[in-house]
Design a protein around this ligand. Structure first.
Ligand SMILES: Cc1cc2nc3c(=O)[nH]c(=O)nc-3n(C[C@H](O)[C@H](O)[C@H](O)COP(=O)(O)OP(=O)(O)OC[C@H]3O[C@@H](n4cnc5c(N)ncnc54)[C@H](O)[C@@H]3O)c2cc1C
Length: 422
């Protein structure tokens, strides 16, 4: 029975779901040997370094990933970066198929003056900072200001605003990075604005996340009822289902009785940022609004307006995504997940997407190459295997237990390798 070797680059949801689809497609005619390559010593992609720490239920999908990883025909090659430790052409030569599942890690720019000022950052830097991503521990997040502005109208913007606006002790029972909890406890921020360019009817938030906001124990969440009334009219008599449930959720927030908490998170619609001003530090943001120019003073501005894929050598990109036709890139290369579609959908979207690409990949296969694998390419490089990762995972979970946390994340790469036994 022929065994095809498939390399999957990127251990995020898309990579795991691609592996799962391959596992499910095995039969008497063919099997697959799957090697998953991940640049970090830890897998799970944005489930570890993106999803908000105060939403632990979402992260339980990692149990599915671990089940896929412990199936017999799967090997993890963590701490191995495509483009640095191994090259795409070498993978192509060794494997029957190579699947790019590297996500989109770069924050889109606003393209307005002032983005180079201290106190301006992208969610693509702030989120991995509070989630203990090893490459982002040194991000400069100045929290010594009373007001922060988050620019964007999607769930990432909402996560960022919530993380800044909630009472930091609410993060104690979460897996937020220790360094971030320490800094957030010293934060002077009491007012967080979340600013959307267009009306509420166009917002990309999703309603379950909106409905959770009034449950924040120490934060007053404010939406102007007039804004939602106007959005309901603008959405027309037969709005799409998602738009209607979003507007219902926002109306509930607008009508929610206001509390006297000193921390507030306020939504502003029809606010188009035109300039970030300050001398050596962000001091204010200028917005174009229907009522004319408006200036809001703030010492921290975080934009959450989308992500783009980081370029890989030998791959063509278009509009921040890998150029592809239904997941086929070129020769024996395929792409899945955010690298393929851009930053859209929920974790589950990556499952159906990967399954469709794997169907095409399988239809392209002929006879196995059988010319070796990644082990021939990386020599004495320190590789985090599934066994090493399980040691890291156990160590993190154990240090969380006495503190009532799901885990204490280790953000230092050397320490992660040490915990893995390397
Ligand atoms: C802030 C934030 C919050 C989110 N919250 C939710 C939520 O609550 N619910 C939900 O359903 N969805 C959420 N999402 C969306 C979800 O995380 C994505 O749909 C999903 O992670 C995309 O999967 P992916 O595998 O394409 O990319 P990723 O998860 O980014 O995984 C890509 C992996 O590839 C690795 N990699 C990159 N380059 C290389 C290289 N050169 N060599 C080797 N490895 C490499 C990366 O380290 C990473 O592990 C959130 C996203 C963000 C950004």
């Amino acid at each position: 029975m022929p065994t095809f070797q498939v390399a999957i680059v990127g251990a995020g949801p898309a990579g795991y779901f691609a592996a799962q689809a391959l596992q499910n497609a095995q039969n008497e005619d063919k099997t697959f040997a799957i090697d998953m390559i991940e640049r970090l010593p830890t897998p799970w992609g944005l489930v570890r370094s993106g999803v908000a720490p105060d939403h632990p239920k979402i992260k339980t999908v990692s149990k599915v990933f671990e089940k896929i990883a412990t199936a017999g025909n799967f090997r993890l090659f963590g701490n191995v970066e495509l483009g640095t430790d191994v090259q795409l052409t070498d993978l192509q030569a060794k494997y029957d198929a190579v699947i790019i599942a590297t996500g989109s890690s770069l924050g889109r720019k606003l393209g307005i003056p002032g983005e180079d000022l201290r106190g301006y950052l992208s969610a693509a830097d702030f989120v991995p900072w509070y989630n203990a991503h090893p490459d982002y521990t040194g991000v400069d997040v100045p929290l010594d200001t009373d007001t922060a502005i988050v620019i964007g109208a999607g769930n990432v913007a909402m996560d960022v605003a919530r993380m800044l606006a909630l009472e930091p002790s609410e993060l104690d029972p979460t897996d937020t990075a220790d360094h971030a909890i320490a800094e957030l406890k010293k934060s002077g921020i009491r007012k967080v604005y979340i600013c959307a360019r267009r009306g509420a009817e166009h917002a990309a938030f999703t309603s379950p996340e909106l409905r959770e906001l009034p449950k924040l124990e120490h934060t007053n969440v404010i939406i102007s009822k007039a804004d939602i009334d106007a959005a309901i009219i603008a959405a027309g008599d037969t709005p799409e289902k998602d738009v209607k449930s979003n507007l219902d959720a926002m109306l509930a927030i607008a009508e929610h009785v206001k509390t006297s908490h000193e921390r507030t998170m306020e939504f502003l619609f029809h606010h188009v940022p035109t300039e970030i001003k300050g001398t050596d530090r962000v001091q204010e943001v200028v917005f174009k609004t229907p009522a004319g120019e408006k200036v809001i003073k703030a010492g921290l501005v975080i934009s959450a307006i989308g992500y783009e894929a980081a370029p890989l050598n030998g791959i063509t990109y278009e509009k921040g995504k890998v150029l592809n036709t239904e997941g086929r890139v070129k020769e024996n290369i395929y792409v899945v997940g955010w690298a393929k579609r851009g930053p859209s959908g929920v974790i589950g979207t990556n499952k159906s997407d990967a399954a469709a690409v794997i169907e095409l990949l399988i239809s392209d296969l002929k006879t196995p190459k059988n010319v070796g694998d990644l082990s021939d390419l990386i020599g004495s490089h320190k590789v985090i295997t599934q066994t090493h990762w399980e040691a890291i995972n156990t160590a993190e979970v154990s240090s969380g237990e006495p503190l009532g946390k799901p885990r204490v994340k280790v953000a230092d790469k050397t320490e992660l390798l040490r915990l893995g036994g390397l």
